[in-house]
Design a protein around this ligand. Sequence first.
Ligand SMILES: Nc1ncnc2c1ncn2[C@@H]1O[C@H](COP(=O)(O)OP(=O)(O)OP(=O)(O)O)[C@@H](O)[C@H]1O
Ligand SMILES: [Mg+2]
Length: 385
Amino acid sequence: MNAEVSCPRCLSKLVPYLSQCPYCGTNLELVEFVEETYFSAKVNPMDIRIAPETLVPRLGDLLIERGLLGPKELDAALDYQQEKIMQGKPCLIGQALVELGFVDQNAIDEVVTIQIFQLQHNLERVNQELEQRVAERTAKLEDTLLKLTELNQLKSNFISNISHELRTPLTHIKGYLDIFTDQSLGPLTKMQEDALKVLIRSEDRLEQLIDDLIQFSTAVRGELSLTEQEIDIRHMVDAQLPQLIRKANAKDIKLEIMIPNGVPKIYADEDKIQWVINQLIDNGIKFTPKGGQVGISVEPEVDFVEIKVSDSGIGIPEERIAEIFEPFHQLDGSITRKYSGTGLGLAMVKRILDAHGSQLQVMSKIDRGSIFTFSLPVAAFDDDR
Ligand SMILES: Nc1ncnc2c1ncn2[C@@H]1O[C@H](COP(=O)(O)OP(=O)(O)OP(=O)(O)O)[C@@H](O)[C@H]1O
Ligand SMILES: [Mg+2]
């Protein structure tokens, strides 16, 4: 890479020799490889000759070639043609030659017919050359696509394997943290308890990240299958409450749960929808300054229920809403970014809701907050189908 570089995806200015864009995560080595291998070959303009004079010889040249005209006569006719142009009465070279009596109209007609045949022949040849080049380029592009697909597959396998590998030692860490916390290994001082709380929070976060990665790699490999069943939403939200309240309290955020009594059961994959709600509330808390509000409300309609997760946080610029669903993408992707995370949450949320046939709607205002809304079918209706 030379000294003046910018990321081909997010266009950020970069220092040379980076292998990955620090702002959007694009693999710069791969981009460079693809560009060099497939797109930088200089096209020689002589490879495909489609200029008129290369497709068909000029009339004068052809007459000379066939012995019907001498070069001096052609020069004289060209001068004559030039004069006519100056007089404002332009004429064709054939007409000039006939008017000067150098050749007769029959010779001109004969040579024009030859020109037409040659043009036809040359056009066919150029066409074949073009077709061949298109075929070659297509084959190269197909090859690149295959390589990229393989790389993508490799990446998602790697993410999946490494995530599962990380989970095993984490289970041990979690187990021992629990044993320490309930003081089975002896009493703890206040300082030790505080240190343990930090460890537990970090372990929680790590576990969440690994779960996100596993979910993502599963979905990328097209293995996102649903186990749909009747779900009691209140029950599902209640099960996550202690963890959510803990997160909200840490930022002095008021968490409001509005699930009216008698909300009908929905028909969906419980684990995945629980994960979706968890991600949306997690984002709400993360992107809302201290002292703000985050809420989840459930509104029953006739054959579906609408689930809304809202916050009073920093909001999302309207023109950047589409970006928030890109995997590994955060709106603040700078090195100095304030918010933690991998940028996978919403990409997965979208995939999971897509698999349920549901769409995530986003309404947001900068510095006022955001509302994420989606619907799921009421179980009774699903059963009747
Ligand atoms: N409630 C929100 N308010 C403001 N911005 C948001 C909100 N939710 C998401 N975003 C923006 O969308 C980006 C992508 O969200 P996503 O949940 O995919 O990633 P993340 O929260 O940054 O990381 P992860 O979910 O992997 O921990 C966020 O980085 C943030 O810029
Ligand atoms: Mg998130």
